[in-house]
Design a protein around this ligand. Sequence first.
Ligand SMILES: Nc1ncnc2c1ncn2[C@@H]1O[C@H](COP(=O)(O)OP(=O)(O)O)[C@@H](O)[C@H]1O
Ligand SMILES: [Mg+2]
Length: 251
Amino acid sequence: MPDPILEIDHLSHEFAGGNGIHDINFQVYAGEFILLAGPNGSGKTTLIRHLNALEHPSSGGIRLYGRPVTANLMLTRKTIGMVFQDADTQIVGDTVAEEVAFGLENLNTPRAQIREKVDQTLSRINLSHLKDRNPATLSGGEKRRLAIAGILVMDPEIIVLDEPFANLDYPSSRHLVETICRLNRDGQTIIVATHDVEEVITLASRLLILDDQGHLVRDGFPAELLGCLDRFGIREPCFSRMGYTAPPWQT
Ligand SMILES: Nc1ncnc2c1ncn2[C@@H]1O[C@H](COP(=O)(O)OP(=O)(O)O)[C@@H](O)[C@H]1O
Ligand SMILES: [Mg+2]
């Protein structure tokens, strides 16, 4: 087995009143598509903020290629690209292409290289046709994909998406799922935190379940964990409740 990219090692973050996450242990390997599922308040956002050393653990820690994520914050945040839930409200560029170029410009990347990289990224994320549009005029789904492009352009080893399907209509969700799956098929390691697993559960390679107390209670193959979702406050997908093993569009 190859070495893991990330090792989450006895990680705890105690908030007042017993909230937080408690003694979380798992590893992330290259090429995985991990679904981190749990009801609201189970600690998904807290956990993934720790991956970028945006929080201080109460105990335990996280290693990236064997070194603490706190050892080199620049490297950690470049290697683990985070798309936060409100990322699409923080758009600063006047055009889609400018928005995607923003991170590279901050690194003083040469102009020609920026243009090439931005074009490549927009194409991977299916936004090339909108490159000159003002981001404010994009649909919710397009804004979400733009936020992902802004991270993807920096070549992260892992992309972490927090509730990427929140407030998207069905076609936008499907489009986003297809984009995420294509990135993963191309080798991108992906972690998606979500309270609603319906859209992606059969596409992920691994499912981690946090219970409402912030404990990691399951870590396994999505198809084998369908039956225990309800118990942990996660809605079982329709196809599974109807007795199917995969949604109709995948069979
Ligand atoms: N800054 C904070 N101070 C106190 N409690 C917090 C703070 N941030 C989150 N929590 C609590 O920790 C728990 C986990 O929150 P969060 O990580 O946002 O869960 P999720 O993303 O799964 O909805 C919740 O009970 C929440 O109220
Ligand atoms: Mg959250």
